[in-house]
Design a protein around this ligand. Sequence first.
Ligand code: FE2
Length: 382
Amino acid sequence: MATKFFIPSVNILGQGSVDEAINDIKALGFTKALIVTDKPLVNIGLVARVQDKLNTQGIDVVIFDGVQPNPTMGNVEAGLALLNTHQCDFIISLGGGSPHDCAKGIALVATNGGQIKDYEGVDVSKKPQMPLVAINTTAGTASEMTRFCIITDEARHIKMAIVDKNTTPILSVNDPELMLEKPASLTAATGMDALTHAIEAYVSIAANPITDACAIKAIELINANLVNAVKQGDDITARENMAYAQFLAGMAFNNASLGYVHAMAHQLGGFYDLPHGVCNALLLPHVQTYNAKVVPQRLSDVAKAMGVNVSTMTPEQGANAAIDAIKALSCAVNIPANLTELGVKAEDIPTLAENALKDACGFTNPKQATHEEICQIFTNAL
Ligand SMILES: [Fe+2]
């Protein structure tokens, strides 16, 4: 079967990447940027630092700092209004997954018209989005380099999955210096999100040898570096390795897609406004327990990448070891114990399960589930 591989055409990684990126932006001839970001990054002075660098190169800047942690249709509309008022000719997303996703929504509607909800699903848009440069500050959602855009529809209380080749940024930037001093809880949640990307891509029915290589290397790097990045936020080596890891996990899931962990976590995020990475971390072992019946060898490979000696194990034993290793890593980075601690209610599960089965991310899970089975997985995670 023929496969396509999607990735931004230029990707800059490592210390000093931001300066390199601004030289590239200047060379591309853009003159006025809409920076899409959030208030915490304004408050710590990061947005002003990037703005100064752009101004020095003669590039004007308009700032939209209204992105919420789970970006909404309202956020997209507010950013789009600012873009149109100021006639910006390109967009820079600065932050983690939320600013990148919101910026993709703005960029897609800017050229295609209508509302962002018109583009829910796979490859619905007709035209390339407005040029988007994505400067990443967490490791990570990998949204700076993927074609995935997740926007909350406030009216329906769901997260819409927009999977569209036209949302791919033209340039992605991963400078670990921007990731230093991020709070431990954010580092843990985003790191577990990256682990989930790699594992879901590795067991996906759309996996191929390229995505497999990316996923396994990502799992190895996350296993070796996430605890250090969480416990010693100024460890630049751990931060840089996590930046590479989340990028590799992004390469994997951008092309092999995801599974029920994301399909289900999106519903928790949309319904209760919970952090994406924490929801993933809590659902990951339970969904892989469900998947272990059909992909034990794949999960045994995951255990090996997480440092388990699987040489004398059966595939089923290896799969169990992977699930144990995932739980141990979650515990080591202080992820909450269960969904009940996050306020998830048993009576909401039938609705959450119904919406999870409609989420495009679940279509590549290695085993398709019934509504009852999804309800059971949610219940197991309570
Ligand atoms: Fe994710």
